[in-house]
Design a protein around this ligand. Structure first.
Ligand code: HEM
Length: 468
């Protein structure tokens, strides 16, 4: 079941993989720096930045580099892993160059003070042509790799290929949703660069991108099972059906919104909850498959990959439960609590664990001991962030708000926001250890002989062969 990755035939793909990993980890580093600014500004005991505009820019930079660039870049790593072996393509280096250039434009737009920051859901924007050009160029770079990876596979697919093809199809739906919204807003003469316009433009796209993130997270779970616990799901039919379930549900929801005015969608709470349930239901099938497999060899949780998998599944399920429990309680800090449990505790944690697994098996890890501690530090920090944000929401704390502007009213959520602050610093420390360890590992393991000497068996059956 377990054998070495046939590195010689995949040298090209190995380089692509490591270059995109380097880009993804760099994007997370940028997102983490913005997160530190935002979290310490919303921590009453610190209040780092002294203006609402400063906070809004920090949040816009944070959301852009975390929810978009980091997640899409790591999903590109998964598409490269899912591509047919030994497929020579120069497209990837072009695509990476595009993604790097696009990210450069985004960072200039956020930091240079050009244009206003508009904090819409899922896609926060800076109203400046550089920002939109950057976003489009990053999407193009990622799209080119996803397209060639999906096109490279023929015949029966592995579970990973099935998962990442489902993610690619939903990615196309997300782009289509944005185009439809733009056309409809244009037809209604509503192309004004304000909150309502961007919220309507990106609402459906943002929701469909969460499907892409969840499908990619689950694909990473199956790889982490193999690497961390040395087990596979015995019967892949149900997981495959659940992957197809995401595509069908996302497609149905997309089609059902086509007749609706895009400006009406953000306020449609029922649709939001339905979207959440549609992404959660197939995931529960995968949670069952993963937990059954872990039960067969529970000792694996001591490895960084095993720890990341356990934290990811636990925080993801907790985040879904929080979302369902609080859905009817209006907008407050419970919403970022839900986001961080799902996309940070769930998706990002799984991607961090898989990064470790890939680096160990294609090179070496600079700080192996710290790598074992990292998932727990990040997990505990994120749990405190989620608890603090949700508690503050219960006290009425609004999202994305410069608290000093609210005067005495903000006194009600001082303690929970300080708890969030402590959690935020712990999580940023956990994130920094991950970033530095990954960058050092990528930088030091250039000599293949070196790497071969340290390679640990990888579960290529999962990567390449068919699930029985
Ligand atoms: C070190 C880890 C992180 C910390 C401390 C952190 C902290 C924060 C803070 C303080 C906010 C502003 C909340 C508000 O004022 O309403 C925020 C917003 C947000 N963060 Fe993070 N974050 C982290 C990692 C991430 C990651 C990895 C992602 C995505 C992959 C992410 C996605 C988001 C999103 C989508 C929002 C906007 C929430 C909303 O629209 O209400 N965060 N984060």
């Amino acid at each position: 079941m377990i054998s070495h990755l046939a590195l010689s035939s995949d040298e090209d793909r190995l380089q692509q993989l490591r270059h995109w990993l380097l880009f993804a980890v760099s994007a997370l580093a940028i997102a983490g720096a913005f997160a530190l600014l935002a979290v310490l500004t919303r921590t009453p005991a610190v209040q780092l930045l002294h203006s609402a505009e400063g906070l809004h820019r920090a949040i816009a930079g944070h959301v852009t580099f975390s929810l978009l660039v980091w997640l899409l870049a790591f999903e590109t790593v998964l598409w490269i892993l899912a591509a047919a072996p030994a497929r020579r393509s120069t497209r990837s280096s072009w695509s990476l160059a595009l993604a790097v250039i696009g990210s450069g434009l985004l960072i200039v737009a956020v930091l240079s003070g050009r244009g206003a920051a508009v904090l819409t859901d899922y896609v926060s924007v800076v109203v400046d042509p550089l920002f939109f050009a950057g976003l489009a160029i990053v999407a193009l770079g990622v799209g080119l790799v996803a397209w060639s990876a999906v096109a490279s596979v023929s015949g029966r697919r592995t579970l990973l290929q099935h998962g990442m093809q489902s993610a690619a199809v939903i990615g196309v739906l997300a782009l289509a949703a944005c185009s439809v919204a733009l056309l409809r807003l244009g037809a209604a003469g509503r192309l004004h660069g304000d909150f309502v316009f961007f919220q309507s433009l990106f609402w459906m796209t943002g929701h469909l991108l969460q499907f892409v993130n969840v499908v990619a997270m689950v694909s990473a779970w199956y790889l982490l099972l193999g690497i961390g616990f040395g087990v596979e799901v015995r019967d892949g039919r149900l997981p495959r059906l659940a992957f197809t379930g995401y595509v069908i549900l996302a497609g149905l929801l997309f089609v059902s919104t086509l007749p609706l005015d895009p400006r009406a969608l953000p306020a449609n709470l029922r649709l939001s909850v339905l979207m959440g349930i549609a992404a959660a239901l197939p995931t529960l099938v995968h949670v069952g498959a993963v937990m059954r497999a872990i039960a067969r060899r529970p000792r694996g949780w001591s490895s960084p990959e095993g720890a990341a998998l356990l934290c990811s599944v636990t925080l993801f399920v907790g985040g879904i439960a929080l979302g369902l429990a609080r859905a009817q309680t209006g907008s407050s800090m419970w919403i970022p609590a839900h986001y961080h449990a799902v996309v940070v505790g769930g998706v990002t944690m799984a991607f961090m664990g898989l990064t470790h697994g890939l680096l160990v098996r294609t090179g070496k890890i600079a700080w192996p001991r710290l790598a074992t501690l990292q998932p727990w530090l990040y997990g505990v920090g994120m749990l405190l962030v989620v608890v603090g944000m949700n508690w503050a929401g219960g006290e009425g704390a609004p999202r994305k708000t410069f608290d000093p502007a609210l005067g005495a009213a903000a006194a009600r959520w001082v303690t929970p926001m300080n708890v969030m602050g402590v959690g935020g610093v712990i999580a940023v420390l956990g994130g920094a250890i991950f970033v530095v360890n990954a960058l050092l590992s990528l930088a030091t393991a250039t000599d293949r002989e070196d790497a071969d000497a340290t390679v640990v068996p990888i579960n290529t059956a999962l990567l390449r062969s068919r699930i029985r």
